[in-house]
Design a protein around this ligand. Sequence first.
Ligand code: HXC
Length: 515
Amino acid sequence: MALTIKQKTQELRKRIEAAFAGGGEKAIEKQKAIGKLTARERIDSILDPGSFSEYDMFIESSNNDFGMNKVHIPGDGVITGMGTIEGHPVCIYAQDFTVVGGSLGYMHAKKICKIMDHALKMKMPIIGINDSGGARIQEGVNALAGYGEIFYRNTKASGVIPQISVILGPCAGGAVYSPALTDFVFVVDNISKMFITGPDVIKSVLGEDISQEDLGGARTHAEITGNAHFFSHSEKECFAQIRKLVSYIPWSNTKKAEEFMPRNPKKQQFESLVPADSRKPYDIRNVIKAITDNSEFLEVHELFAANLVVGFGRVNGQSAGFVANQPAVMAGVLDVDASDKAARFIRYCDAFNIPLVTLVDLPGYLPGSDQEHAGVIRHGAKILYAYSEATVPKITVILRKAYGGGYIAMCSSHLRADFVFAWPLAEIAVMGSEGAANIIFRKEIAEAENPEAMRAQKIAEYREKFANPYAAAAYGYVDAVIDPSSTREMIAHALDVSKNKSEVAPERKHGIPPF
Ligand code: HXC
């Protein structure tokens, strides 16, 4: 006799219960004991309450497992579906470490690919929560095929929809390359671990002793490698960061970021924030916060290459990407890491229609054999490429020093900034006065009766002639020398009048950036 609707519904409930049980109580307890939430709790904490609808709950492990899969748990160790953040739809997946260590088998990968395809088709962000031992060993080449399919989709979706990776557990082996192909990687202290080969392999191959944390913990990736863009101390803090980030970016490359109600910054005293003596350090983030609405600024890559600051803020309600030298760290020089950091952020903003505001105060590129051998030519070229390629509105404010290649690289008019403003403090020159005077007046200084007095005189002469914004303004390289107190107003106006900017790039398959 056929079952009644009630009986069928009861069967459905049982199946749902089995899926919700994941890898069982013991495995869930182990997860909780190390401060981790379960996959479903994580999804619920990121999305608007009650907004999640799950797909493919009843998918099971592949039969292409060479007969080695011991467990067939509904869902196959990954939860996928859709929900909303502040009412806007997003696609999401979360690997469930309690099920075979969150390892990626054929059907697990198929689920991820399906939700990625959905996100790309529907033009909405995809958020991936990684917590996995990597390729499911017993599924052999089918597990590897799964990763390949994900990497392909990550690449195709790049610059079309936002892709966000959250590392909340191990992310080992080839698994690391999906996050590396996405736009933003979030890590949590003591929970996230990313490495190609773990400490055991390193010990046996190289004889090197290193802990998981030192090798690929959250701090390592946020500070040293730059693989992670956002660092937090708890999963809760991490989820708040994700929700904040998505408020600044558009849902796809065909949209603009949502506009908010304009708000005044809390402080706007620019003069007191920047010392007139161009050798004195200060924190550029205070200048950014004097420009942005409610003085809010979401810094990206905060702990990596701190000599340059990038992140999102709003000006008069409009989202903007800020790129700024940080005179508080190494005088704000550009080096290999700062160049990579800037270039990637610029390209992200350009791909997603977010205008760029560049604040300039730097002595130039960092000299030295370390930097030369680390490839400062190749890496430094990335900024030039990224700014030149970008067609979003580009607004530059030169606050103090803008010397040499640094002047050109930081979105000068030559790389097609739409507006270049300079403060009266600005020194736009090939190099600093001391260095320049020593080179071009070497003979006069050497032959003078009092070389030190002559050096001082020549430095003063050089400063008078070149260390100001007016030589550049005289050639139209600076559009306006502005009163620092009007900085926010000028940027807001420039953003406002650039809303309909359109620039058509010459037709080509794609350029070849200096990767
Ligand atoms: C199958 C796996 C697994 C895997 C973990 N498990 N990783 N099963 N394939 N890759 C299983 C374990 O057998 C265990 O099952 C359960 O998940 C929990 O794992 P534990 O080891 O008990 O957890 P823990 O002590 O927390 O250690 C976590 C870990 C460790 C550090 C991630 O499991 C580990 O080292 N796993 C292998 C990591 C790795 O080398 N991955 C690379 C695979 S190759 P039971 O039944 O005991 O509960 C790869 C290449 C892809 O990814 C290439 C793409 C380009």
